[in-house]
Design a protein around this ligand. Structure first.
Ligand code: NAP
Ligand code: MG
Length: 479
């Protein structure tokens, strides 16, 4: 859907990428074949071509991963913070050195534009390791007057939308605090986690400190039911999060859950409108809308509704949808066939519910999974497209007149992960940030992430914080 820009193709090269045809499980510092001999395929959602075969970890493999993490914990937890920090710094530096390869693999396996994996996912993943490496020998200063110790073995399960970044969010603070881990990436995007296992090997971490096992939901369920881990860390859907919470309660384990969202992005009539329009675009179309904190519910003050809508449509018309490997691409491929089905179901539902749909003109590529940037107007608060997480490039607009009205509407959701506020008035920003029930509120910007800043939700968006000093607390026991 290359509009009237007539840009020449600017594809990122893939010639430097080293991928194996078949990946085993990274357990105890070794690459192991799955005990049941089962593998699954991962493919490129933009081409539907197979990229590699990946081991499916079964009961025995999950067991041996936790055994090796448990064994490694004995010595890793006794290492000085400064020593642990050195290893984590090394991981950060190797990710930086291999950042181009990581970025290309992330885009090939998951469909996100190379511009985003190159400029956001991979640098942020390295930054998380750098940041937590720095805390490893300073933990006693984070919680003055309290004695902290590592928790033990952590089971960590991550989703497919930011594969390497989510692995970094989980592994970096766990290691800094002296824990060992078993991590499972999502089925459709295991490759960068497996590459990270190679980095961890190269960094010389003692065997078993980080174990990376691949598989599907059944592997994840085996991990959460396993008796060894005393910490479960999960990022994913609210539905699976509830099952994990139950397993944690039954097993007496600590748990942090980073779940779904349906964020309100609120535009007041005194906002810098052009900047706000960019913020709306970035808020919902970044990473094809596969973002837990996406600004998927837009609230525009009635007085500027017509202006915002016109500018938003014009900007949507200029978005380039297509080859994720092209450096000009704004919106890449939908992560999987299943996710595309879910999104298409909501597109149909939105129209059936009486909302008006807008999509830019243009052709989508024939092969692969694609969805045009989509906008629904004439949306009612009760519509399912305004209530449920779609996890795609689909925005629902509503209007408001007063601050109280928009606060009530914005909070009228089972979720509470994030929100955005656009206004010229600092006092309004503070009023809103206090009143909005959301873990993160961005003011005059959106989707900004930093390792020093805690991230996490309220209500059905989960609990516990990742990032910043708060992220350390989730991996420490207090005497
Ligand atoms: P998902 O289906 O919940 O899967 C997340 C992870 O859990 C995957 O590794 C998945 O494996 C695994 N899993 C599936 N069933 C399981 C079970 N019964 N027990 C244990 N693990 C199981 O979520 P998703 O579709 O991958 O990701 C999208 C969701 O994640 C969205 O709702 C989004 O909002 C949320 N998310 C939240 C944050 C945050 O920080 N709050 C960040 C990113 C995404 P398979 O992939 O192999 O099925
Ligand atoms: Mg894939």
């Amino acid at each position: 859907m290359t509009k009237d820009w007539n840009l020449s193709a600017a594809p990122e090269s893939t010639s430097h990428v080293q991928l194996q045809q078949e990946y085993g499980l990274f357990i105890g510092g070794k690459w192991i074949k799955p005990s049941d001999g089962k593998y699954f395929e991962t493919s490129n959602p933009a081409t539907e071509k197979k990229l590699a075969s990946i081991a499916l970890a079964g009961r025995k493999d999950v067991d041996s991963a936790f055994k090796s993490a448990d064994k490694a914990f004995e010595s890793w937890s006794k290492l000085s913070g400064a020593e642990r920090g050195k290893y984590i710094f090394r991981i950060a530096r190797i990710i930086q050195e291999k950042s181009r390869e990581f970025a290309v693999i992330e885009s090939m396996d998951g469909g996100k534009p190379i511009r985003e994996s190159r400029d956001i996912d991979i640098p942020l993943a390295a930054a998380h390791f750098f940041y937590y490496a720095g805390w490893a020998d300073k933990l006693e200063y984070v919680f003055p007057g309290r004695k902290v110790r590592p928790m033990g073995v952590a089971a960590q399960i991550i989703p497919w939308n930011f594969p390497l970044l989510m692995a970094a969010w989980k592994i970096a603070p766990a290691l800094a605090c002296g824990n060992t881990v078993v991590l499972k990436p999502a089925e459709t995007t295991s490759l960068t986690a497996l590459k990270l296992a190679e980095v961890i090997d190269e960094a010389g971490l003692p065997p078993g400190v980080v174990n990376i096992i691949t598989g599907d939901g059944s592997t994840g369920a085996l991990m959460t039911a396993h008796p060894t881990p005393n910490k479960l860390a999960f990022t994913g859907s609210t539905e699976v999060g509830k099952q994990i919470y139950k397993a944690a309660i039954q097993g007496g384990k600590k748990v942090t859950l980073e779940l779904g969202g349906k964020a309100a992005n609120i535009i007041f009539d005194d906002a810098p409108i052009d900047a706000a329009v960019e913020g709306i675009i970035n808020g919902i179309y970044f990473n094809q809308g596969h973002v837990c904190c996406a600004g998927s519910r837009l609230f525009v003050q009635e007085t500027v509704y017509a202006e915002v809508l016109a500018k938003l449509k014009r900007r949507m018309d200029s978005l380039i949808v297509g080859d994720p490997m092209d450096k000009n691409t704004d919106i890449g491929a939908i992560n999987s066939k299943e996710q595309l089905k879910t999104i298409e179901h909501y597109l149909k539902l939105g129209s059936e519910e009486g909302a008006d749909i807008y999509q830019p003109a243009g052709e989508l590529p024939k092969k692969g999974y694609w969805c045009k940037p989509t906008l629904f107007t004439n949306v009612a608060q009760s519509n399912r497209i305004a209530q449920e997480e779609i996890f795609g490039p689909v925005l629902a607009i509503q209007t408001f007149r007063t601050i109280d009205e928009v606060i009530e509407k914005a909070n009228n959701t089972p979720y509470g992960l994030s929100a955005g506020v656009w206004t010229d008035k600092g006092s309004k920003v503070f009023q809103l940030t206090k009143a909005l029930k959301a873990g993160v509120v961005w003011a005059n910007t959106y989707n900004k992430f930093d390792p020093t800043s805690p991230f996490g939700g309220f209500k059905e968006s989960g609990f516990g914080r990742e990032g910043g000093m708060h992220g350390l607390e989730a991996y420490l026991a207090f005497d």
